[in-house]
Structure formats: structure tokens, C-alpha cells
Design a binder for this molecule. Structure first.
Ligand code: E9O
Length: 606
């Protein structure tokens, strides 16, 4: 388990292990070979042929090998590195951190097992102080398995085709409960960092507003394994964006008042969106000192029975469902892509996105904080179709890890526990009650939601949510080609849904596959003209619903075209993007830009 993201300070050092590692996959028919032959006990190249593999990246699209692209099973990674001698002299604690590795990871350092992790979208770490070697090379081996089953989040199923007359021996396919490509690999940075032996283990920040005063409620957790004769004390200073000290407090748990505070505002409302303070937390204990810098945005989030309030002001979500997806690197963190996507979000005038359908890289969350982009943080529970206790335990675990990582991001205003669960199943009721209770126990400061898609009449999950999100595809999956049904059906379903739930409600997906460059008038499905008209019909309905007062947002599916599994209604990916996979605008982008900029002008302060 971990809680603070690895950051440098005058006390803590960081060494990034990203680069081109060695890689090999296992024989499909003999998945245990790597473990049986103990590939982790030596450099991977000594076990046979290896190929170069970039980290971070998905492994699927970087080679010319179809077996690797479609691989399901154990894949092996290895790299070598040195530890600076100074880390030994200073008697530092050394931690090995993975931003994410998809899906099951088994990590060995210098031939010794150090940590396992399940789940492809959240960080994990191990204290490796006693495993690292100082005056020689270290080698780090990672075995990764991307198999999804009935009891993984998200779910999938491996289907074996045992008929030797029709299929090659050992043939199997991985089916999944979602349409995006199940990219696999070490998707985010691998980092070594140091802390002192008595260290800041966690910082929890919750903010409030009283008039012009910002109230920062903080708790600093110190690692529990410290010797009992040390009673560490904390010193906390608040710096503004000019690096001026604006407030300070003692104690590891306290309340700080920032007078005449600059609040964290979403983009489009305030001239200075995304204002961030820095908490400098200093821990003093015995002869040990630790320092950690935690950013803080002072803002509040509240939900009434019909509105969503940020800093007491009604907020209307305009934006996207996204994916971490791009050419070649798949789901691997890509800094140019991250910056480009935020530039496009701002260009189009959007103010928010949902991390469909899994928590995104921390670099993305940090940018959202800085740029004032509002985030609905979604768990990897996409397409759940069974609700037993095994799955529930895993769902609670992933919520714990997600909240642990993202709790201090001001951009995160809501937790989305799931996307499109089969929430009419009788077991869904108790299941979602448990998931929501657990989420609220971990963080009572944010509302909880889920993206629902089944018929609202029989849905059993919505009653536990603070906000209702619904995915609808009128004029696409139903009545394809008939944009004239969109207005009535959208108004009807959201009005009735609101009557049922009596909670703020928004559309979390609507979209039409659009092949860039295809035009036809009158509009025909898959053309840019159809996507444009499809959006415009929706927008008429949204304006009607907004006037009623309970409709709080519109998130289009999807920000950009993205890769999918191979199936006959996907032509090299899902084409519902407003931007192509290369991040160029389709015609509909202009319609959206016009609308968003216009609506943003209406919602500026004063
Ligand atoms: C989830 C998202 O990941 N929602 C899907 C998106 C899509 O484009 C997918 O990419 O397919 C839409 C689900 C719509 C279900 C409606 C079915 C209605 C049948 C008549």
C-alpha cells in the first residue's frame, strides 16, 4: 500500500527507471515457464531471446508481432540500474514505486520477490531498503499478466477453443466487458525514491470556505514503525503561488485559516482558474527530518437535490469521457499527449472530463488541478455483470486505492464507482449500497456517482448515488440515422429519471461514430455531418432540461477516437471522438466549441 505520490524535496530524492527495458512473453501453452525456470534470478537476456520494450508504454503496438499485440498471459520485463552511494551513507529508506502496471504484477529485485499488485490503473510500491545493492548493478524483473476474468475489475473471460479440427492447439481468446483495447504493459513511470526512516506517510487535506477565508483541515500521518522514544512533531507552512508564506501551524493535525484566500475555481468561471497553494510539511523527530510538499486547492463541493455546487456556485459540466489511448504507446503515459489534450480541452471551451473507465495517470490529475479542469474520477469497474462477494471485495479495494491516491486533488469533485453496470440485477442493490458506503466512509467530502445505462425504471443502484449519470445513444444505438428522435427521447428519459431519483442528473455519454473525412447531406450515419447534427439535436434538448433546473451537465462520448477490440462494428477503433486519434478536430468540434464558449460566458462570476 502507499499513499503519497513520490516527490522530491530537500530531503527526498528520486531516480526514475523509465527507459528501454528487456522484454519477452511466455509460450502461450506453458504459462508458468518463467516462474518454473526462475527467470527473475538472472538478467532476462540470459534466459533466451529478449526484445527491447519501452517503459512506460503498452507492449501491444510497438512490435510487428501479432502474437505480442494480442497476447494474453505472463509477460516479463527487466532493467538494470545503480543506486547512488550517497543513499547508503545517509541511511535512507528506499522505496520502489510503479505508477501502474496492467494487470497483475509480480516484482523481483535482485532475484528476490518484493511485491505483487492486482489492478492495472493505480500505483503500488515496496520498501526495498534491504534489497538494493550499493556498489554493484541491481536488476529489476517484473512479471505481468493481463488476463481478465469473471473476478477481476474490470471483468473479462478467457474462452478456450478445444476443437482441434477447427482451431490450432491451445487456441483461446480473451473476451472483455467493454469495447476499448485491453492494452497491457508497464503503463506509468517506475521510480525509486528515498525518505528518512521516520517519514511522512500520508497527508489528508479537506478544505472549507468561510466568507473570504479558506480553511485547510489537514492530517499528517507518520509511519507507525518508528521507535517509540521518538515522538515526531509537524510544522506546516502554506505558500501561495508567488511562493509567499501566507499561514503556518504546528501539530500533525490542525486547521489552518488562510485569510483573503484565492479559491480553486474551475476554468471558465473565474479569471484565475486552478489556484493552488503549497503545504510545506516538515516532520521533526529525533535527529530525523522529513519534508513533503503537498499542493492544495481551497474549494468546496456540495450537492442539493437538483444542483451541483462548487464554492457555493452552481456548476454545469461541459466536457468529455476520455481514454488514455494513443498510437504506438497504447495506454502508456505520454507527456506531449497529456499537454496536447489539455490544450484541446481549453480550445474547445470544455470545463470537465470523466476518467472513463479507470483512474488516469497522476500527471493528468496534476494538470487538471493546475488548469482548473473539473474531474469525475472513475474506478475501473466498467461493465460489471455479476455482483458476488469476491467481486465486491475487489471493488472495495480498488476504491480504497483510488481514493488514497486522488483524495487531495481539488480537480476531483466526484467519485464514479462504476460505468454501465447491469444494475437491474437483484444483487446489484446490496452490492452498490456496500460500494457507496465504503466510498463515503473513506471520503465524506465528495459526492458519489455512477454512469448508468440500463432502463432507469428497473435500476437498483441510482438510489445510493448523490448524482445520477446516464449514458444514452438515441439516434445511434437505437433508431440509427434518425436524429429527429433525439430531442423528444432525451427530454423524456431525463425528466422521468429525475422524477424517480430526485437528484441532480447529467448525461455522461452521448455520441456517434464518425469517420473523419466522410460527408453526406442529408446526413448519414458515420459521416461528419451526422455527428454534427446529432450533437445539435442533443443540445436543444439539453437547453430545455437546463431550464428545468435539475440537469447539471453534458459529457460527450468521446474526446478522441480510440482503439478497441476487434469486432465487426468497430473499424479500427471506436470513432466517436470529437477529435481523431491524432488529435485533429472533426467538423463537430466547431459546433461544440461554439456552444461551450457561449455557455461559459454565461457562467462567469459577477
Ligand atoms: C461505454 C463506452 O466505453 N458505453 C458504450 C460506448 C460505445 O461507444 C463505449 O465505448 O459503445 C455505449 C453503450 C451504449 C449502450 C446502449 C445500447 C442500446 C441498445 C439499443
Amino acid at each position: 500500500t502507499r499513499s503519497l505520490s513520490p516527490k522530491e524535496s530537500e530531503i527526498r530524492e528520486k531516480k526514475i527507471l523509465d527507459g528501454i527495458w528487456d522484454f519477452k512473453i511466455c509460450n502461450i501453452r506453458n504459462q508458468d515457464t518463467g516462474f518454473q525456470e526462475k527467470w527473475f534470478t538472472k538478467a532476462l537476456r540470459k534466459t533466451g531471446d529478449v526484445i527491447p520494450m519501452p517503459v512506460p508504454s503498452s507492449f501491444n503496438d510497438v512490435t510487428q508481432n501479432k502474437t505480442i499485440r494480442d497476447y494474453v498471459g505472463w509477460a516479463w520485463y527487466e532493467t538494470q540500474f545503480f543506486i547512488p552511494t550517497s543513499w547508503n551513507a545517509d541511511k535512507q529508506r528506499i522505496v520502489l514505486y510503479f505508477g501502474s502496471a496492467h494487470y497483475h504484477a509480480c516484482v523481483f529485485l535482485n532475484g528476490i520477490w518484493v511485491v505483487n499488485h492486482t489492478g492495472g490503473h493505480l500505483p503500488f510500491q515496496a520498501d526495498v531498503t534491504n534489497n538494493v545493492k550499493f556498489s554493484v548493478k541491481n536488476w529489476l524483473t517484473v512479471a505481468l499478466n493481463n488476463t481478465l476474468t469473471h473476478h477481476t475489475i474490470p471483468q473479462g473471460k478467457v474462452i478456450y477453443k478445444d476443437n482441434p479440427e477447427e482451431y490450432p492447439e491451445g487456441f483461446y481468446v480473451q473476451s472483455v466487458n467493454f469495447d476499448f483495447f485491453n492494452y497491457a504493459g508497464i503503463h506509468r513511470s517506475v521510480i525509486l525514491y528515498t525518505t528518512p526512516t521516520v517519514y511522512i506517510d500520508d497527508i489528508i487535506v479537506v478544505t472549507k470556505i468561510n466568507g473570504t477565508t479558506g480553511i485547510i483541515n489537514y492530517t499528517v500521518a507518520v509511519n507507525s514503525a518508528q521507535p517509540s522514544y521518538i515522538s515526531p512533531s509537524c510544522y506546516v507552512e502554506v505558500f501561495d503561488m508567488d511562493d509567499d508564506l501566507v499561514a503556518q501551524e504546528k501539530k500533525c493535525q490542525n486547521v489552518i485559516n488562510v485569510r483573503n484566500a484565492k479559491f480553486w475555481w474551475p476554468i471558465g468561471i473565474h479569471p484565475q482558474p486552478g489556484y493552488l497553494y503549497t503545504l510545506k510539511v516538515t516532520l521533526l523527530g529525533g535527529n530525523i527530518k522529513d519534508v513533503y510538499y503537498q499542493t492544495v486547492g481551497i474549494r468546496t463541493v456540495e450537492v442539493t437535490d437538483r444542483t451541483f455546487l462548487i464554492n457555493g456556485k452552481p456548476f454545469y459540466f461541459m466536457g468529455f469521457g476520455k481514454h488514455e489511448d494513443s498510437n504506438i504507446r497504447g495506454r502508456g503515459v505520454d507527456l506531449p499527449l497529456i499537454v496536447k489534450d489539455f490544450n484541446l480541452i481549453k480550445w474547445i471551451g470544455a470545463n470537465s472530463f470523466r476518467t472513463s473507465h479507470y483512474p488516469y495517470a497522476e500527471e493528468i490529475m496534476d494538470q487538471a488541478d493546475k488548469q482548473g479542469i473539473v474531474v469525475i474520477d472513475e474506478s475501473p469497474a466498467v461493465g460489471l455483470d455479476a455482483f458476488d462477494s469476491v467481486l465486491l471485495t475487489k471493488h472495495l479495494q480498488v476504491m480504497t486505492e483510488m481514493i488514497q491516491r486522488d483524495k487531495n486533488h481539488p480537480s476531483v469533485v466526484m467519485w464514479s464507482v462504476a460505468n454501465e453496470p447491469k444494475s437491474s440485477e437483484p444483487e446489484a442493490k446490496n452490492y452498490f449500497k456496500r460500494v457507496v458506503d465504503h466510498t463515503k466512509k473513506l471520503d465524506s467530502s465528495r459526492p458519489v456517482t455512477a454512469a448508468l445505462s440500463g432502463p432507469y425504471e428497473t435500476d437498483l443502484a441510482g438510489k445510493f448515488m448523490d448524482v445520477i449519470m446516464q449514458n444514452h445513444y438515441f439516434g445511434w444505438y437505437s433508431d440509427p440515422g434518425y436524429t429527429q428522435v433525439i430531442y423528444k427521447q432525451t427530454i423524456s428519459v431525463f425528466t422521468k429519471s429525475y422524477e424517480k431519483y430526485k437528484k441532480p442528473i447529467m448525461i455522461s455519454e452521448y455520441g456517434a461514430d464518425t469517420v473523419v473525412g466522410l460527408h453526406m447531406d442529408p446526413a448519414f450515419i458515420f459521416t461528419e455531418d451526422y455527428q454534427t447534427e446529432y450533437l445539435m439535436e442533443h443540445h436543444k434538448a439539453f437547453d430545455f432540461l437546463r431550464d428545468k433546473g435539475f440537469f447539471i451537465g453534458e459529457l460527450i462520448w468521446n474526446f478522441a477516437d480510440f482503439m478497441t477490440i476487434q469486432k465487426i462494428n468497430r473499424v479500427v477503433g471506436n470513432k466517436k471522438g470529437i477529435f481523431t486519434r491524432e488529435r485533429q478536430p472533426k467538423a463537430a468540434a466547431k459546433v461544440l466549441r461554439c456552444r461551450y464558449l457561449h455557455l461559459a460566458n454565461q457562467s462567469t462570476l459577477d
